[in-house]
Design a protein around this ligand. Structure first.
Ligand SMILES: [Zn+2]
Length: 242
């Protein structure tokens, strides 16, 4: 089953209100995202008060230390929102203790890959974890805006699919990242990638997440509804997968 959602970073009360608006007023699934560890500590309970439909959590970067207390935050987030799927920016190798914890709990942790120049590029992540990514509990989050233009193609993303559990969907125009799907000009074609990924019968992706810059907040709801029906329409032919 592939779940559509939108990602929203929460760092103040205004963001909490926006999550409430999306989740409650507009009945949209949300990937609640935190930049810093203190953002999670400050706001996770406030968000939970309105019982939004949270499909996954973007873990903060403050957990990227060899700190066993970090596991407590992951467990708290899972129980607060009743979710089992997480994504994190894998800047630090010490993340493995969180990965081990998530595996023990039988949840899923996706490592978000970045451009080929960085330490978190998809090739390095695959070299390190390739076979393990094919199993249930850890995998890649492929973010279309974080791949160089020549890699953000249907062919490349489909090649990563056996290792991929989550997609962050947006377009990119030069240095401008996280632009909407139906933007007038862009170097990428998110809709084309999506169309081909959804045609793969054994697609292992669980979360398709729209991740836009806050400037495009007003487009999120409409494009979420589009994504929701597009997933349904494209997967209908694969009985039992939606
Ligand atoms: Zn992302």
């Amino acid at each position: 089953m592939i779940m559509p959602s939108i990602s929203w970073f929460v760092k103040d009360q205004r963001d909490v209100d926006i999550v409430k608006e999306f989740a409650i007023d507009l009945a949209i699934n949300v990937q609640v995202a935190f930049y810093e560890r203190r953002d999670a500590e400050n706001w996770m309970y406030k968000i939970a008060e309105c019982s939004p439909s949270v499909t996954s959590i973007h873990l903060p970067k403050g957990l990227e230390v060899n700190d066993y207390d970090a596991n407590g935050i992951v467990a708290e987030l899972s129980s607060l929102y009743d979710i089992k799927r997480f994504v994190v920016h894998p800047w630090c190798k010490d993340l493995m203790h969180i990965a081990e914890f998530v595996k023990m709990a039988e949840w899923t942790l996706s490592f978000e890959c970045f451009s080929r120049k960085g330490a978190a590029n998809p090739f390095l992540l695959l070299a390190q974890f390739g076979e393990e990514f094919k199993e249930n509990h850890i995998g890649l989050c492929v973010d279309f805006s974080h791949l160089e233009t020549d890699l953000a193609t249907p062919g490349f993303v489909k090649g990563l699919l056996p290792y991929t559990k989550m997609l962050h969907i947006s377009n990119r125009l030069k240095k401008q990242q996280h632009l909407p799907i139906f933007v007038q000009s862009s170097d990428t074609n998110a809709q084309q990638i999506l169309a081909q990924v959804l045609d793969v019968p054994s697609c292992p992706v669980k979360d398709m997440v729209l991740e836009y810059m806050p400037d495009y907040r007003d487009r999120l709801a409409k494009q979420y509804y589009w994504l929701e029906s597009y997933i349904q329409q494209k997967r209908r032919k694969f009985d039992g997968t939606v």
